[in-house]
Design a protein around this ligand. Structure first.
Ligand code: TXA
Ligand code: MG
Length: 352
């Protein structure tokens, strides 16, 4: 399949942009279009078209029991697809939409069944990226869109990542540059009281609690052995080709523990990578040092995370140590993604 590739530059009059209009027409005809959102790139299809939705799963190689998020142009369209909006859901939508928040709500049964993987609920969000909004307005459809990566790869934060994973397998890519947040949206189940955080993301737990008071955290996010309520969280997500470790802890203890482990890996002949923030980059020796953001701006760590992880696979690192962080604010979602990538191999350098 030939994949069309359109670069969208500038924010001027996106509603009239010819590429966006053509992409919207493709969606209406049941085709697959990748587009930028403020979190990561999404792979979109008409959420009311069973064939189109089925082709998302095929293109990604995604297990079919993992439901998709439906993207809407605005909150007004919600009641067409959702049966009821609980009070907490209304409050969160008003505060964070358009933006990186997905609400789990009871659906009306008029979306393609593959979108919800047979569940009585659907995940919905209104993204804030201007290209995503222009596309959604132009096509006039609810658009089902998972992250636009091959299943098992990190979510794409640049159009080039989408091209690498899905070029030749989808109909079009809209290139809107680097995404802003860098990790996926926060997923919150508002069908229960108090609401439950199912996936940490661009909107932090602290921000949610400011709006609705109590928010529980899905036990599956915290404890090994519990089965998570968000189906997507149970899958082995991205894991790099090499063996990965995450090392938490304060300054010197963290740096020296990581270096000690990396020295051992190199001595045993492994091609070794270290993932660290700018502050510590000059302190390490390894085959590859990949810098990911700065501690003075935690949002930069989230933004650069997936691109940095992709680097290790590009170079073929066989062993990787990543700096870990106290899981507060947006670093909660960074630590969630890091520990998944490391398949739970997280070490506290403060303990031996
Ligand atoms: O930021 C994002 O959310 C991106 C952009 C493209 O919008 N999309 C994204 O989609 O990350 P995906 O498919 O990679 O992740 C969707 C997550 C999965 O963990 C899935 O299990 C969960 O949302 N989810 C979807 N519908 C659900 C439902 N009805 N109940 C519980 N979890 C649900
Ligand atoms: Mg995904």
């Amino acid at each position: 399949m030939e994949t069309k590739y359109w670069q969208i530059d500038g924010a001027a009059d996106l509603d009239q942009n010819p590429a966006i209009r053509e992409a919207a027409a493709l969606l209406r005809e049941g085709h697959l279009v990748a587009f930028p959102t403020e979190t990561v790139y999404g792979l979109g299809a008409d959420a009311t078209d069973p064939e189109a939705v089925a082709s998302i799963y095929r293109a990604k190689g995604r297990p079919s029991d993992n439901p998709l998020i439906v993207h809407l142009a605005d909150e007004q369209g919600l009641s067409e697809w959702v049966r009821e909006i609980p009070e907490s859901g209304g409050l969160l939508a008003r505060r964070f939409w358009p933006g990186p928040l997905t609400l789990i709500l009871p659906h009306r049964g008029n979306l393609a069944p593959q979108v919800t993987a047979g569940l009585p609920t659907v995940g919905v969000r209104v993204p804030s990226h201007p290209v995503a909004l222009a596309l959604l307005k132009n096509c006039g459809l609810p658009v089902a869109a998972p992250s636009a990566n091959r299943s098992g790869k990190p979510s794409p934060t640049r159009a080039g990542h989408v091209w690498t994973d899905l070029g030749g397998r989808i109909d079009a890519i809209l290139d809107g540059g680097v995404t802003g947040v860098g990790v996926e949206s926060t997923v919150v189940d508002v069908t229960v009281n108090p609401p439950v955080l199912l996936r940490p993301g661009g909107v932090t737990l602290e921000m949610l609690r400011e709006v609705v008071g109590e928010v529980r955290v899905d036990p599956g996010l915290r404890e090994e052995g519990e089965s998570p309520r968000s189906p997507g969280m149970k899958y082995r997500h991205y894991a790099p080709g090499g063996e990965m470790w995450v090392i938490t802890g304060e300054g010197e203890a963290q740096v020296s523990r990581i270096q000690r482990m990396a020295d051992e890996a190199m001595q045993s002949g492994k091609k070794t990578g270290i993932l660290c923030t700018e502050e510590h980059a000059s302190r390490y020796r390894a085959d590859w040092i990949v810098v990911c953001g700065t501690r003075s701006r935690p949002d930069t760590i989230a933004r650069e995370l997936y691109g940095a992880l992709r680097r290790f696979d590009e170079v073929g690192a066989q062993w990787i140590a990543a700096e870990g962080f106290p899981p507060r604010g947006v670093l909660h979602s960074v630590m969630n993604r890091l520990s998944k990538a490391a398949e739970g191999r997280v070490i506290d350098s403060g303990r031996d």
